[in-house]
Design a protein around this ligand. Structure first.
Ligand SMILES: Nc1ncnc2c1ncn2[C@@H]1O[C@H](COP(=O)(O)OP(=O)(O)OP(=O)(O)O)[C@@H](O)[C@H]1O
Ligand SMILES: [Mg+2]
Length: 460
């Protein structure tokens, strides 16, 4: 509950403000002189100080100065009967947060207090972020302009107020870890964020990674080791690629989530979990549940709130802002001055399917920046794209012909047919008659299919 200190020599004003603000839900302290006010502030600093300018002992401006000396960020709202500009300017110059006139209008006062508290909250947040050691996050680090991304931002805001479990789904490189970090930084910035990749390690090792072990619990356990759940304290354990966790470990994780306590491997003591759990996957977990590859009870437990990040190809309006953002970042890292990509490159980017999503875009830009001579990246700076113009024209790589753009979802027959027709057209220089032969269909059938899939093809 926010604290407010009221310093005014007019007892009736002090009393009515006390009543009003207490009713509004604030904790209120009052003082009738500057010295008394300062003492009360030093003893127990309030969030906001409402300060009269004309006081019997010292004048309000010097109280303001002393308060600022005590705490640079103190939010002081000055009140006075004077209406002249100079007083106002002096108050603001002295570092007052706001300035209101007597007789006090409660609406005006309300707004000023709310603004002051809001600003205090922002400062605290920014302080927290600056203390973040991983340096991976700044406010506004997630670029996204469409409705889907905006909904995600809202969800991030909502889940940041609580410590519920969050499941983040999306193709590889869509920013799952980034979003997890942003949520973490909004919830518990001063606590650790610990990511564990559930696919990287063998089951027994993963278990001891997560839960720790006691000395001698298995060969090689020469000392007690704390697991990630303990190391994360009141921060976050981010379980990446959760779909890869063995069924056996899934059961153990479920118990931890239900009981919020666990035992170290080879230990008997119960250890409490204070950390928040987030999980990420690029697989379709629900489908895995149906196939019996993932425990349904664990799925529901993890899926309390879920965020599904759309792939880059379905939000192409983000490509330009992402390029701007990523180039700024890359310029800083590489000491370059690249300002953008050529129109031709942009055209390619707008058609490219981005299987590796934002990470792929980022990697392409980094490589191009390293070799680029000019300030604008041209087609020549992206040799990978040149070689693979297949994808750009709808042609599909041999190995990818049956690969669905959506994780966990298989292609339909039509999709396969379309891909195969495009492939044959683009990989040969044959005319329509010859293509019909290769595909084993009549000319009208080919024409029908070309029309159906919107393929234009002019080799007669
Ligand atoms: N919306 C975004 N705005 C800015 N940068 C982004 C965005 N999404 C992702 N990135 C950047 O793209 C890179 C990949 O993101 P991240 O590692 O979070 O993806 P991921 O979904 O965890 O990928 P994987 O499934 O491969 O582990 C990171 O450098 C990240 O900062
Ligand atoms: Mg990741």
């Amino acid at each position: 509950m926010p604290n407010i200190l009221v310093i005014d020599d007019d007892a009736s004003i002090v009393e009515s403000l006390d009543l009003y603000l207490t009713e509004e839900g604030y904790t209120v302290k009052t003082a009738l002189t500057g010295t008394e006010g300062l003492n009360k502030y030093v003893e127990d600093p309030s969030d906001v100080v409402i300060l009269d300018i004309r006081l019997p002992d010292v004048d309000g401006f010097s109280v303001l100065e002393d308060l600022k000396e005590e705490n640079e960020n103190v939010k002081v709202i000055m009140i006075t009967a004077f209406h002249d500009m100079e007083t106002t300017i002096n108050a603001m110059k002295g570092g007052a947060f706001d300035y209101i006139h007597k007789p006090i209008n409660v609406d005006e006062l309300d707004i000023a207090i709310r603004k002051a508290l809001k600003s205090l909250e922002m400062e605290k947040k920014i302080d927290g972020l600056l203390m973040e050691p991983s340096r991976n996050f700044r406010v506004g680090d997630i670029i996204g302009t469409g409705n889907e991304m905006r909904e995600i931002f809202k969800t991030i805001g909502i889940v940041s107020k609580s410590r519920t479990t969050v499941l983040i789904q999306g193709e590889s490189g869509t920013g799952k870890e980034l979003i997890a970090k942003v949520i973490h930084n909004n919830t518990s910035p001063d606590e650790p964020f610990i990511a564990v990749n559930c696919s990287a390690i063998v089951e027994t090792l993963l278990e001891s990674e997560l839960f720790g072990h006691e000395k001698g619990s298995f060969t090689g356990a020469i000392a007690r080791k704390l697991g990630k759940f303990e190391l994360a304290r009141f921060g976050t354990v981010f379980l990446d690629e959760i779909s890869e966790m063995s069924i056996n470990l899934q059961a153990k994780l479920l118990r931890v989530l239900q009981e919020m306590e666990f035992e170290r491997v080879g230990g008997k003591d119960k250890v409490k979990v204070g950390a928040r759990i987030m999980a990420a996957t690029n697989k379709d977990l629900k489908a895995m549940v149906k196939e019996g590859k993932f425990r349904d009870d664990l799925f529901y437990r993890l899926n309390i709130v879920s965020i599904t990040i759309p792939p880059l190809r379905s939000r192409r309006q983000d490509i330009q802002p992402l390029i701007d953002y990523l180039l700024a970042k890359i310029n800083l890292d590489l000491h370059k001055k690249v300002i953008g990509v050529s129109g031709e490159v942009m055209d390619i980017f707008m058609k490219y399917p981005w299987p590796g999503n934002i990470r792929e875009l980022e990697n392409l830009l980094v490589r191009a920046c390293v070799v680029a001579k000019g300030q604008v990246l041209g087609v020549g700076d992206f040799p990978e794209l040149g070689k693979d113009d297949a994808v750009l024209e709808g042609k599909v790589r041999e190995s990818d012909i049956f690969k669905s753009p959506e994780p966990g979802k298989l292609l339909t027959l039509d999709q396969v047919e379309e891909r195969y027709i495009r492939k044959v057209i683009h990989e040969t220089d044959k005319n329509k008659g010859e293509i019909c032969e290769i595909l084993g269909v009549s000319r009208p059938t080919l024409e029908r299919k070309l029309e159906k899939y919107g393929i234009t093809f002019e080799r007669e």
